[in-house]
Ligand binder design. Structure first.
Ligand code: GRF
Length: 189
């Protein structure tokens, strides 16, 4: 069974969706590790509650990004991790990990890329007045929310929609689209 690691910094609703999909057999992989860069992030308890090993680091504690990523890489190699899914990991992946996992790191972003990269993508879409936004899953490269697109799904924005309402619909789409896309990528191996 191929081993999957999830990287997350926050709430972890996508982590939970992926974990459920692994447990149900939709994604044919073992969820071998959660990597988290924020010791206070709620995703850590979610992983612990379902028995997924965690690696929690403080990036500030390392002299360089390469040193921080080298510690992550050592653990990934130790655990024989094959594939990485970023799920709300609020940090650019550096060359240490990109070189070690070529075309084996994917990310989920709450907009129809290439529109609205970076932070607060849902707010950016609402402020821009677009009527359709959505969710993108893409391979990770050295850029911010760049890299070849694997899957996209649209979410409409109504004239009277609140940020919370759009966020809720985006999350609903994410929680189905990410497991489906990971299954399509991993189940072939
Ligand atoms: C998601 O909207 C994802 O697209 C973005 O960060 C958010 C993470 O949410 N990259 P959660 O922590 O999985 O609930």
């Amino acid at each position: 069974m191929k081993k999957l690691a999830v990287f997350a910094s926050g709430t972890g609703s996508n982590f939970t969706a992926i974990e459920k999909a692994v447990r149900s057999g939709q994604i044919k992989a073992e969820l071998a590790l959660l990597v988290c860069d924020r010791p206070e992030a709620p995703v850590i308890d979610k992983a612990k509650a379902c028995g997924v090993p965690t690696l929690v680091l403080q990036p500030k504690a390392f002299p360089t990004k390469a040193a921080y990523e080298q510690v992550i890489l050592n653990t990934l190699l130790e655990k024989d991790v094959f594939f990485i899914a970023l799920a709300g990991y609020m940090r650019l992946v550096g060359s240490t990990l990109l070189k070690a996992f070529p075309s084996r790191i994917v990310n989920i972003h709450p907009s129809l890329l290439p529109s609205f990269t970076g932070l607060h993508a849902i707010e950016q879409a609402i402020e821009a007045g677009v009527k359709v936004t959505g969710v993108t899953i893409h391979y990770v490269d050295e850029g911010m929310d760049t890299g070849p697109i694997l899957a996209q799904q649209a979410v409409e924005i109504g004239d009277l929609d609140t940020l919370e309402a759009v966020e809720a619909r985006i999350h609903e789409v994410e929680h189905a689209l990410y497991p489906e896309t990971l299954a399509a990528l991993l189940n072939d191996y």
